[in-house]
Design a protein around this ligand. Sequence first.
Ligand SMILES: [Mg+2]
Length: 246
Amino acid sequence: MEWVDVDAVLFDLDGVLTPTAEVHMRAWKELFTSVLESLPDDSGADRSPYTDQDYFRHVDGRPRYEGVEAFLRSRGIDLPHGTPDDPPEAQTVCGLGNRKNVVFNELLDAEGIEAYPGSVRVLDDLAGRGTEVAVVTSSRNGPHVLRTSGLADRFEVVVDGGVAAEKGLRGKPEPDTYAYAAELLGVPVERCAVVEDAESGVRAGAAGGFGLVVGVDRGVGADVLREAGADVVVTDLAELLDGQTG
Ligand SMILES: [Mg+2]
């Protein structure tokens, strides 16, 4: 199906509408730097400074608590797992994961975030054509990111990590969250486009029988996105307007 023919577009958020990945990276850095600095001298752990390499090796792409666990293990730090209800002060894997979320939200409030200009152009164009839109994100921070970036008013349907947990929907690469958004919009999946920058998200779109899967290459690589099932790969959403797709 062609981009201009779809009745609804389901957008991933981080990396598709907003450049949020960098904020997540900085939140992790702030968290782990403070963890390492607070260790006593005789802890026996590797207290060398946290770097971006730690991020790519242990945290990137993993669910939040698993990322915490992997990093701590790499430094010889042993903390109890705890539970997802742990407060952000708790010295547990879950507590640290929850604290990362607090830091992320603080950074967002302090510095704001601007949507990708090309993505805003596409949203304007779709609004002008009366095409339905929704946001589908694994993150529980979705509504906060949408408000901060000024995009919240454009989306009546937002399926985020909180909605997924509440409804018992499986996460990407399963298509459940995208399918649920299509259902809420009242549009059959074969009339919907999915727009994704992550391999797992593209797989979700391909697995769900959606009419069009658009991969946005923000660094993952066009080949990887095509391999995962993207029908079209762009580096900026505005290419969809200019017809520079391929
Ligand atoms: Mg993304």
